[in-house]
Design a protein around this ligand. Sequence first.
Ligand code: PNS
Length: 353
Amino acid sequence: MIRIIAGEFKGRRLKTPATDKVRPTADRVREAWFSILQRSIHGARVLDLFAGSGALGFEALSRGAVSADFVELHRFALATLKANVKTLKVDDRAAIHRADALRFAERLHPGRYDVAFADPPYAGQEAARLVAMFRLNGVRRSPLRRAGSRPAGGHVPAQRVRARLLDRAPCGPTHSGRRHAPLWRHGRHLHLRPVTRIAVYPGSFDPITRGHEDLIRRALTFADRVIVAVAVNVAKQPLFTLEQRLALIQKAAADPRVEVRSFDGLLADFVRAAGATLIVRGLRAVSDFEYEFQMALMNRNLAPGVETVFLVPAFDLTYLSSSLVREVARFGGDVSQLVHPAVGQALKQKFAK
Ligand code: PNS
């Protein structure tokens, strides 16, 4: 019997397979991994390779993972996994795959999971093969990438995979006065963590201009996903309703890597909840600087660890702003070079007499 360490199912017991061929990941190892990963688990889609009893995947579900996929071949372990899913009543969040873990890993699609665990058997080459597959630290050609096609535009997202080796023995809390044992050591246990870099591009987007589109494209050169976040409660009285602004962004920035969302309240809270690590803002002229600088510092204060990245737009878009576009369109000027056709059309309708 093993127990869930923390979270929703804290203290609940898990069955372990009735065979000595499969051994559950020890509590101390689980504890160490989860203390390292604590900020990555909430809301994550988790993969548990060589799942055994599923201790890692269930621990992740207990700590707020949205889903856990368990991959296992051994029939006793499969029966145990099913029993544990039933006991914890997580049928809606858990999937069991009867498959060879290495083959399963080889066929992964890019971005399919946020966190992947693998605790392969002692004997055999599984650990070495997994490391070779994901490579160590920030690998470009991972199976996660190879399995998928390149997105439109020929751009390859910086899908990176960190694979780290963790030895079982020296983990766990160290006693005061003693030196911390190195956590990352060459050993049999693997923690594979595909890292998706998410950037939030916030603003009023009233309406989205070619300048915004240019910045989204630039952000996608270093972020795997960009969330265009439209602020609900800005002091200004917008020309377009929130729904109209969202719909226009969807059209102007159509890309599978771009998500369009609205947010209310603090940007820092939204960014953290979205699992993003970057805020993207455009800097057009010196006049933007003071306000942007204040905002970046305040956001850093509110969400340490989230960096604001300033991007410079294309030269011919430097003086473009939504307010300028609205002004020109209001008096019947031609804005076709400055906005997506759908936005041009929407402006025409707004200002039709
Ligand atoms: O396009 P804009 O109007 O310059 O965007 C400004 C926006 C929406 C990014 C900013 O006002 C904002 O982040 N508002 C959310 C509320 C918030 O977090 N305020 C504190 C910022 S330090």
